[in-house]
Design a protein around this ligand. Structure first.
Ligand SMILES: Cc1cc2nc3c(=O)[nH]c(=O)nc-3n(C[C@H](O)[C@H](O)[C@H](O)COP(=O)(O)OP(=O)(O)OC[C@H]3O[C@@H](n4cnc5c(N)ncnc54)[C@H](O)[C@@H]3O)c2cc1C
Length: 291
């Protein structure tokens, strides 16, 4: 039994470095609601800036071998939850079908943060609307593995997003499984300044395009515009069976963008986040086409 000594602001709280997945799950289970995973720490370290309390007990998961592995198989890739953004971008750099994820992981934040921030932390942080890997993995139809002492559970990323804020104590996101395809993919993000900013809006897309550049299937996800990233199914349908043309795609996006209610924040007003979507769609489709 691992005991937790909750403390105000974690000044004297517990920090448990887990050497195996079983040890991490045991510690999280024992700590209950007082405990949480500590992955890269890049979100947790800014809790005081957000006026959020720290947990009394953290379980560091960054040294657990199976959580830091990337397996590239013939049908799918499996990414351990504690893989950093930098390691992920480097591992996928030669796989064009994952260009969207390589760009999401390889261009977020800045090099120092990318060396620490993990993909699991990016997906599990329920109040982080601007996470780059969430829309990228939505458009890639990713599955999420959640583990606890009683076993593993597989679910779609969409399902995980609906339940992550209420993830029971003792449960850990352990793996992301992404199917392989021949799709053309791209990630377009807008920041107000060049480096370090959270993106105002993100368009991630995965398109199955035939030899004549007609769209046979489309998955498009929008991040940072609303509180939680989601697919843009009306735009996906509008693109089907049409010749993929970045300007036409941007025009369709402009016609359909009124379904988004932008979120308000100090960085940008709601209308602005929505108004930049057509331009990002144009940029993402052009990138996917290699134009
Ligand atoms: C200045 C700055 C700019 C940034 N800009 C961007 C950006 O533009 N785009 C972007 O995507 N990211 C950005 N980030 C990084 C962002 O903080 C991380 O991507 C991510 O959200 C947190 O990952 P982490 O591994 O550091 O998580 P942590 O800080 O360790 O944890 C965050 C939360 O997730 C929980 N958690 C972590 N791992 C798991 C798990 N495996 N299972 C269950 N719960 C878990 C923790 O308990 C905690 O509640 C930025 C960070 C900084 C400091």
């Amino acid at each position: 039994m691992t005991t937790c000594t909750p403390a105000q602001g974690n000044a004297t709280g517990t920090f448990h470095i887990a050497s195996s997945l079983a040890a991490a799950l045991d510690a999280l289970n024992d700590y209950g609601p007082e405990g949480a995973a500590f992955a890269g720490g890049t979100w947790i370290m800014r809790a005081p800036i957000r006026h959020q309390p720290l947990k009394g007990c953290y379980v560091a998961i960054g040294k657990i071998p199976e959580l830091t592995e990337i397996r590239i198989g013939p049908d799918a890739i499996e990414i351990g939850a504690a893989v950093t953004h930098a390691a992920l971008a480097s591992a996928l750099a030669d796989l064009p079908e994952f260009a969207v994820l390589t760009a999401a992981a390889g261009r977020s934040a800045n090099p120092a943060v990318r060396a620490m921030a993990t993909i699991g932390g990016n997906l599990a942080t329920s109040d982080f609307s601007a996470a780059d890997c969430v829309p990228a993995l939505l458009c890639l139809d990713a599955q999420i593995e959640v583990s606890s002492r009683s076993g593993h559970e597989r679910m779609s990323l969409e399902a995980f997003l609906t339940q992550r804020s209420a993830l029971a104590p003792g449960r850990l996101l352990t793996k992301i499984v992404v199917p392989r395809s021949r799709h053309k993919t791209a990630h377009a993000r807008l920041t107000l300044r060049k480096a370090g900013d959270y993106p105002v809006a993100i368009v991630s897309l995965s398109l199955d395009v035939d030899a004549t550049n007609h769209v046979r299937a489309a998955r498009i996800a929008i991040g940072s515009v609303e509180t939680v990233a989601r697919r843009w199914e009306r735009l996906e349908t509008a693109l089907l069976d049409r010749l993929l043309d970045p300007s036409r795609a941007a025009d369709m996006a402009a016609d359909l963008a009124d379904e988004f209610a932008g979120r308000d924040s100090v960085e940008a007003p709601p209308w602005y986040r929505v108004s930049v979507l057509p331009g990002l769609v144009r940029r993402a489709t052009a990138t996917a086409l290699g134009a």
